[in-house]
Design a protein. Structure first.
Length: 348
């Protein structure tokens, strides 16, 4: 059976049982990843990874006037360094907030140090995905790993954040977007940033909570807000510029940088994830290389085969959110999303 995010689904299940064929009874060779072009060089972060009077790899800038504590996190995944390029740029420009506090976080420098352009996907993490650890029980438990130890080290900064934006990028082609999580505060923050205009609300990952799902940002009544930027393909120059644009927009709208006189942006497009399709066999195959953000107009359109199962769109105008074109067994293959209705309540 398919894994699904909570919330009402608008239509039938995406997964239906198909009829087996002879070829489906044979072992399937593994799908090799394509060779990904690395068009941006890893930044030199050596000036920022030392101890700056606090936690190594975290730099704070204080404003003269009181204001919010804004936290920008990069390198939660070590091979997604477009965000780190932008934070390095801000630091070399010596940007200082007009008010409040700005914290720039290089979250997983050990994974980043392992980056190899000949195998760029291998340095996502050292031992485990750092973006699946953000619950109090895990953080306070006895288990240890490179990523878990680092999450505990940076936790005091996360606990004090009023506004957090986690900077990421995508392995497969897709439209830049902001993941707003399950809270209305995340949707408001994403709308305030304004660009990318595509905002996706979801209920996280079954394999563990992301940083934006941490209780600081998801507990009922919490005044803090968080969102996650997916700015484009990992190693493209356009992704760096999209990240830079979103970061500076956030800093302007939160009052840490002066406002500009740019023309107002058109209203954002809000989508809600209704289903998370997980590869249940090693034979998961999309029928074609879909692009993230692509909208499938017709209900019942075949998207993929997963062994004996067919994956079809469960409703019309179904958006595909960050399809993983080579999912391994148990990995998320695609999220399906529909237009957000007005006045969506926070998830329980």
């Amino acid at each position: 059976m398919m894994s699904c995010g909570s919330g009402a689904r608008l239509g039938r299940s995406p997964r239906t049982r198909g009829r087996p064929t002879f070829l489906e009874t044979l072992p399937t060779p593994p799908q090799p990843l394509p060779r990904f072009a690395v068009n941006i060089a890893p930044p030199d972060l050596s000036p920022w990874l030392m101890d700056h009077g606090g936690i190594p790899g975290i730099i704070h800038r204080e404003g003269a006037q009181p204001g919010p504590h804004v936290v920008l996190t990069s390198l939660i995944h070590g091979n997604e360094y477009a965000g780190a390029v932008v934070l390095d740029r801000l630091l070399r420009e010596d940007i200082r907030p007009a008010r409040g506090r700005l914290s720039l976080v290089f979250a997983n420098p050990q994974a980043f140090a392992r980056f190899d352009p000949d195998n760029p996907v291998a340095s996502r993490f050292v031992e485990e995905d750092m973006n699946r650890l953000w619950c109090r029980q895990v953080l306070s438990g006895p288990r240890r790993s490179v990523e878990l130890d680092r999450a505990r080290a940076i936790l005091p900064v996360i606990e004090s954040a009023d506004i957090l934006m986690d900077l990421h990028s995508m392995l497969w082609p897709g439209t830049p977007l902001i993941l707003a999580g399950r809270m209305e505060s995340g949707r408001r923050l994403a709308a305030m940033i304004g660009d990318p205009r595509l905002i996706v609300s979801d209920h996280g990952h079954q394999s563990g909570p992301r940083l934006i799902d941490f209780e600081r940002f998801s507990a009922p009544g919490s005044p803090a807000a968080a969102c996650l930027l997916e700015a484009g393909a990992h190693w493209n120059k356009d992704t760096v510029e999209a990240t830079d644009h979103a970061v500076r927009a956030l800093l302007r709208h939160s009052g840490l940088l002066p406002a500009d006189e740019a023309a107002p942006l058109p209203p954002p497009r809000h989508m809600m994830v209704t289903d998370i399709v997980t590869a249940q066999t090693p034979r998961f195959r999309f029928v074609r290389p879909f692009r993230g953000g692509e909208v499938i107009r017709r209900r019942g359109t075949l998207l993929a085969q997963d062994g004996l199962d067919e994956i079809r769109t469960p409703y019309p105008d179904c958006m595909l959110v960050m399809p993983n074109l080579r999912p391994g067994l148990g990995q998320t293959a695609v999220r399906l999303a529909t237009v957000v209705p007005d006045n969506v309540p926070d998830a329980p």
